[in-house]
Design a protein around this ligand. Structure first.
Ligand SMILES: C[S@@+](CC[C@H](N)C(=O)[O-])C[C@H]1O[C@@H](n2cnc3c(N)ncnc32)[C@H](O)[C@@H]1O
Length: 333
């Protein structure tokens, strides 16, 4: 029929020959194909929007559906996987003795080596001392501060996982730790949270030195700019007047403080907690509360607009230990 080599009449009198039409259609088809394949392999810049809640925050594969918020502790699958890795590689715990390329030292011996032999320095005098941008004291380099708390340093991760899951943490959450010490727990929050979203009030100078001169640089976290303030009097004004926290916690701290000071903290922080959703978690015990006797603690909390929700325990992944946590929030009324 019309698809002959004869010219096709158009409404406005433009004449298109059949070969021209076929060529044009082919060119259009090729163009559309190329466009579609370009779009499907687009190397677009990553979104600058922060991952916050729900599917956007899910970074793990495995059992977590797109409608679930992020999970922080390992799954049973994760644990099976690591056990399997140890099994298939035939790995058993061995005595840590001298062997090829491995020369085990205690922290004290390592510190002595650092002092005596300048550690692993290859620089000779006279310019041997000025190659280091952030010189770190030897005691911190050998991680003496990892033995400060009477339990393995690794327990910091357990604390983080419990608190992150219990408070439904997202990168945009704002977190205050009272008494963050050497950042045993804090480094995990700092790594996960957005810039400047981790705040801490700590009184011990040596712990702060370990945090600033060893933990943050060695964990590659300087760029996260955590707001860490030296202080011991529950004075939070340096963190900003308008800041509202999703999570405030005290890990192994309130038991070392006078009850009166703990209550000063509660008074000053009650209205800095995100209404209803925000949480305060206190570890170990709440003797500052029970020591008031009767229902005095409940009354005092109510007067501050706070309520006690309950007690939780959380098992450690690596060692035979569990933490005890007490949870508070703003009361609804
Ligand atoms: C056992 S450590 C726990 C450190 C950290 N929270 C952790 O879990 O790894 C107790 C910390 O609370 C700090 N601390 C005690 N009283 C304090 C106060 N009034 N203000 C700020 N920090 C305090 C201590 O200096 C110490 O670093």
């Amino acid at each position: 029929m019309a698809l002959s080599s004869s010219p096709l009449p158009s409404q406005k009198g433009v004449i298109i020959t059949v070969p021209t039409l076929v060529l044009s259609l082919s060119a259009a088809a090729i163009f559309i194909f190329l466009l579609l394949s370009t779009l499907s392999t687009c190397s677009c810049p990553p979104s600058t929007a922060p991952a916050s809640t729900g599917a956007a925050a899910v970074s793990r594969g495995g059992n977590y559906g797109e409608d679930r918020t992020e999970r922080f502790s390992p799954t049973q699958d994760d644990i099976e996987w690591i056990r399997d890795q140890i099994r298939v590689n035939g790995i058993r715990m061995q005595p840590n003795v001298l062997r090829k390329g491995i020369n085990p030292r205690t922290r004290a011996q390592q510190l002595q080596d650092l002092i005596q032999f300048k550690g692993i320095s290859h620089y000779e005098e006279p310019e041997s001392n000025d190659h280091t941008a952030l010189p770190c004291p030897g005691e911190l380099l050998v991680e003496e501060h990892h033995s400060n708390y009477g339990e393995p340093w690794a327990g910091g991760r357990d604390v983080f996982e419990f608190l992150a899951e219990s408070s439904h943490l997202t990168p945009v959450s704002r977190v205050l730790e009272i008494g963050c010490g050497t950042l045993r727990v804090g480094v995990h929050f700092i790594r996960y949270l957005n810039l400047k979203h981790f705040h801490c009030l700590e009184r011990d100078e040596l712990s702060l030195m370990a945090a600033f001169r060893y933990e943050l640089p060695s964990q590659g976290l300087l760029h996260k700019r955590p707001v860490i303030v030296k202080g011991e009097d529950m004075e939070f004004s340096k963190f900003g007047a308008g800041v509202v926290y999703d999570l405030i916690y005290a890990s192994a701290v309130f038991l070392h403080m006078p009850d009166k000071l703990v209550w000063v903290g509660f008074e000053r922080l009650a209205n800095k907690l995100k209404p209803y959703e925000g949480r305060i978690f206190v570890s170990h015990n709440i003797k500052f509360c029970s020591r008031l006797g009767g229902d005095e603690c409940t009354k005092r909390l109510t007067s501050l607009g706070l309520e006690y929700i309950g007690k939780h325990t959380h098992d450690s992944l690596l060692f035979n230990h569990y933490e005890i946590w007490f949870e508070f929030r703003q009361s609804k009324a």
